[in-house]
Design a binder for this molecule. Structure first.
Ligand code: ZN
Ligand code: ZN
Length: 443
């Protein structure tokens, strides 16, 4: 019998505004449904109380700019901390799987954070993953993101990481926020193929999702052989969701969960708070607990026609062929400040929709056949004339990449106001402001 952990943190005092989709009552109906239907009384269910994440766990994974004190992180730290409670319970074998029903969500929050985007400030799953690696020595983790939006933040954090497979199935970025998640985004030079994006036409429902899972996603996961599978369990693919245009049902979500068999599921989006969330959360939960979810039926009927049958099968077959044909195209750059080695260069502009500003980022990764490679991110918030530098020495870094990280941190301390060194290899974080090392947690 499964032992399924559940943690519920509805953040009833946190919102992005009274009429915002990400508002206090988002999990209200879910709470009623789950508690009133006696789910918590099932013998295989174990309920946990929310926890608060440590700031160190945040900075190991994400650079928060211009500093931690500029953000109101209270609710976010509990959403992360609650995911960690379940992660610890799983590692201690108190549970066989678990569902973190938490908000605010996290998958749009990336490696560098200047504010809130896509309702996310901290990335719950990414912070969790790096805690599990550090604390329990977990090597390989697969993330399957079933939110309707591309999880650009999670992809960003693990883009150069060969030991995290990130798979996202979502509504095509040409038709929805955040406008990314295409087949050519497949991972950096040391991690090629560790990102898989499946952008779908609006209108795809259960049939298309299950077909993609069976014929594409699960074979890719099996080939990767992860030690752990995490599901970013967004629920905005539901046919009633006000922000998106897909056609998945609650039972479809139950079936998706049954196929993925996640060790941990973490709630992401989903904004039909009365018409979808209570049903989907119930179906996911029953599927995790190994119970029958076929009786979970929404009170509303789907409004649009579902794209299914031969149309979706041939669409997905073509998309898979296109994905397989994508070849890497790196730009290598030599700069005075770069230590020895070949450094691939890229740049991106990241839009923070909540507050309406842009981050511009230049990024260098040391090409390496021995480890994930040291990363340098020079990030700017032009509207505030602010600039900050992140250097990341990865988990299991080779000696050359480790040294390159120290060299970069030393060079940039003299050049830039804010420099954060994420030393994942030694499990340390260091922060320099105006050339002086300071306590990254303030005080
Ligand atoms: Zn979403
Ligand atoms: Zn290396």
């Amino acid at each position: 019998m499964n032992k399924t952990g559940i943690i519920f943190f509805p953040a009833f005092d946190w919102s992005l505004g009274e009429f915002h989709p990400e508002r206090e009552e988002r999990l209200l109906y879910t709470q009623e449904q789950i508690f009133e239907e006696g789910i918590m009384d099932l013998p295989q269910v174990r309920q946990y109380s929310p926890g608060v994440a440590d700031l160190f766990d945040v900075l190991r994974t994400q650079a928060i700019y211009p500093d931690l004190q500029q953000h109101n992180l209270d609710a976010h730290l509990i959403a992360v901390g609650s995911s960690l409670v379940l992660g610890n319970a799983l590692m201690k074998k108190e549970i066989t799987n678990g569902f973190a029903l938490v908000r605010p969500p996290g998958h749009h929050s990336g490696a560098t954070v200047w504010g809130n985007r896509g309702f996310c400030t901290l990335n719950n799953e990414a912070i969790l993953i790096n805690v599990l690696r550090t604390k329990y020595g977990i090597k390989k983790i697969a993330v399957i993101d079933t939110d309707v939006h591309h999880g650009d933040g999670t992809q960003d954090i693990f883009y150069h990481d060969p030991n995290v497979l990130y798979i996202s199935i979502h509504q095509d970025g040409r038709t929805i926020f955040p406008g990314t998640g295409f087949t050519e985004e497949k991972g950096g030079p040391n991690a090629w193929g560790s990102v898989l994006n499946i952008p779908l036409l609006p209108g795809v429902g259960d049939e298309g999702f299950l077909y993609a899972l069976e014929n594409w996603i699960m074979p890719a996961v099996e080939a990767f052989k992860p030690d752990l599978i995490i599901n970013s369990a967004g629920q905005d693919n539901h046919f009633t969701d006000p922000l998106a245009s897909m056609n998945v049902t609650a039972r479809g979500y139950g079936k998706i969960t049954e196929m993925i068999k996640p060790d941990l599921a973490v709630l992401e989006g989903g904004y039909a708070i009365e018409g979808a969330l209570p049903y989907i959360n119930m179906a996911i939960f029953l599927a995790l607990a190994g119970e029958d979810y076929s009786g979970v039926v929404e009170s509303q009927k789907p409004k649009h026609t579902e794209i299914g049958g031969d149309t979706i099968r041939s669409f997905l077959t073509d998309l898979k062929r296109t994905n397989e044909a994508v070849r890497p195209s790196w730009v290598f750059r030599k700069e005075q400040f770069l230590p020895a080695g070949d450094w691939a260069y890229s740049e991106k502009s990241i839009y923070y929709d909540t507050d309406g500003f842009k981050e511009n980022r230049r990024e260098y990764i040391r090409k390496c056949s021995h480890c994930g490679g040291t990363v340098l991110m020079i990030s700017r918030k032009p509207s505030a004339f602010q600039k900050a530098v992140l250097v990341r020495i990865p988990f299991e870094a080779c000696p050359n990449c480790e040294q390159a990280g120290y060299d970069l941190a030393e060079t940039f301390q003299k050049l830039e106001k804010t420099v954060l060194l994420q030393n994942q290899l030694r499990d340390q974080v260091h922060l320099w402001t105006d050339g002086r090392e300071v306590n990254p947690f303030g005080g």
